[in-house]
Design a protein around this ligand. Structure first.
Ligand SMILES: [Zn+2]
Length: 208
């Protein structure tokens, strides 16, 4: 999908959030393994009623990833209490999926960040790279700058990022804080960022 299209005009800062990482199956396998850990933790905790949690995954058809996205991306882990009369559903937080949105969370962050201050030509290139039309990319921008800053999550979480992050700089500033000038391994930076944001990926996680 985004084979050899080159995003022109990349500054050294942008190259630290290299979109080519997203072409590698190993990146997506890594994120899957993080999600498996999050799911195992949720399953061990069990249902609030004390019941055992059985698997009840949601089928997914994520967009924005490479053609060889691992087949584990065809579902999102979810559980259901086995107790008759309870049957409560428990969906663990995820570093891959942002709620019910079809595009992968990493893509929604990275493309919105790369789009900040971008020329129309750049936006066309991003649209080609990730298979998202311009309206979709514009909606992600609205999400990060208007919806996300109003969430209860962000009102608390922003206090952990000092100096305070200005909403107008989202999500680019998040990438700067988590990926830039830190660990030379971008996988770890992405893991930290997606883990940090994972509370917004569950039902009700975007409540203001
Ligand atoms: Zn239960």
């Amino acid at each position: 999908m985004y084979s050899d299209v080159v995003v022109r005009g990349m500054t050294s800062e942008y190259s630290s959030m290299d979109h080519r990482l997203l072409q590698q199956a190993s990146f997506w396998e890594f994120l899957f393994s993080v999600d498996e850990d999050l799911a195992a933790t949720a399953r061990r905790a069990g249902c609030g009623c004390g019941g055992r949690l059985d698997r009840a995954d949601f089928p997914r058809k994520p967009r924005g990833g490479p053609g060889d996205l691992p087949e584990e991306y065809g579902y999102r882990r979810s559980f259901c209490c086995h107790r008759e009369g309870c049957r409560k559903r428990v969906t663990p937080p995820s570093v891959r999926f942002l709620g019910r949105r079809v595009y992968l969370h990493t893509v929604i962050i990275l493309v919105a960040a790369m789009q900040q201050g971008a020329t129309p030509r750049r936006v066309r290139e991003l649209s080609e790279l990730f298979g998202a039309d311009r309206r979709t990319i514009a909606r992600w921008q609205v999400f990060w700058q208007e919806q996300f800053p109003r969430t209860a999550f962000w009102k608390v979480a922003r206090g952990f990022l000092l100096p305070l992050v200005d909403a107008a700089a989202l999500p680019l500033e998040l990438l700067r804080r988590f990926l830039h000038c830190r660990d030379p391994d971008p996988l770890e930076g992405w893991k930290r960022l997606l883990w940090f944001l994972s509370p917004i990926t569950i039902t009700g996680g975007l409540k203001s």
